[in-house]
Structure formats: C-alpha cells, structure tokens
Design a protein around this ligand. Sequence first.
Ligand SMILES: [Ca+2]
Ligand SMILES: [Ca+2]
Length: 154
Amino acid sequence: MQRIITLHCTRTSLSNRVQVKLILKEQLDRETQVQHRMTLIAVDGGPQAKTGTTSILVNVIDSNDNKPVFVGGPTFEVSVVENTPPGTVIIRLEAHDADEGLNGHVTYSFAPSTINSPAAKVFSIRNDTGEITVKVGLPTRIRATTIGTGVYFF
Ligand SMILES: [Ca+2]
Ligand SMILES: [Ca+2]
C-alpha cells in the first residue's frame, strides 16, 4: 500500500502522554482510492508487553477535480446528406466525468459561439443524451468538432 498517510507520535511534556497524529504526505485522490484502512497498535512498556489495537477508516470525499472527456474526441467529423429529414440524429456524443454525483453529472449544450452561428438554426442537441439532430433541411455538408464540453460547427 502506498504510504499516503503517516503516523506521527509526540510525548507531551506535562502529562507524559503520547499524542498520535495522522499526517497526509500527498494529496488524496478519490478516483484512485475511495477508502484507506489502517490498524493502529499501542504497546505498553511493562514486562510481557501487551498491545491494544484500533481500526481507522478514512473516507475520501469527492471534489470536482475532473472535467468531462468526450469518448473518441476531441474532434468528430460527420457528413450528412442534404435534404436529410428534420428529426434525424446525425451523431450521439458521449462524455464521461470521473467524479462522483453532481460533480460527475454531464449535460450537453452548444457552446456560446455555436448558439450564435447559423448551425444552431439547423441543428439541435439533447442536453441529456448528447444527440444532435437536424432541425431543418440541410444546405451543405457540415463538419462538427467538440472542444471541452461544447460542440462547434464549421
Ligand atoms: Ca467533474
Ligand atoms: Ca473527484
């Protein structure tokens, strides 16, 4: 097991008690390991030393440190025949995010530059599935690419 967490013991001068601290040696990554289990042993100093044990379980709570990554991206090219009927799905994009819960929940939309372009009048995107469909008849062949979580048309 990697030594991400180390044990640090200090003896207090007044009470002569030993304080135990667990110290992180490096950043934790929930996507690498969700839990860290440790067993701590205390040993007395008498003859025929006796020991006591306790278990420590460290749960690593997720932070939003990963971004969505498109499967097969970052660039896609789709050729569509002109006069393709409205409602036809031309591509289904899929992106994964390694984080947990809302931090890893992915929705899809056109980037601002695409919303203001002629392509947004021709295509629509489902924000839950990433499907891009034809809204109106197609004038020409159009190329699509994805950058980050946005879809851009040229
Ligand atoms: Ca994320
Ligand atoms: Ca995370």
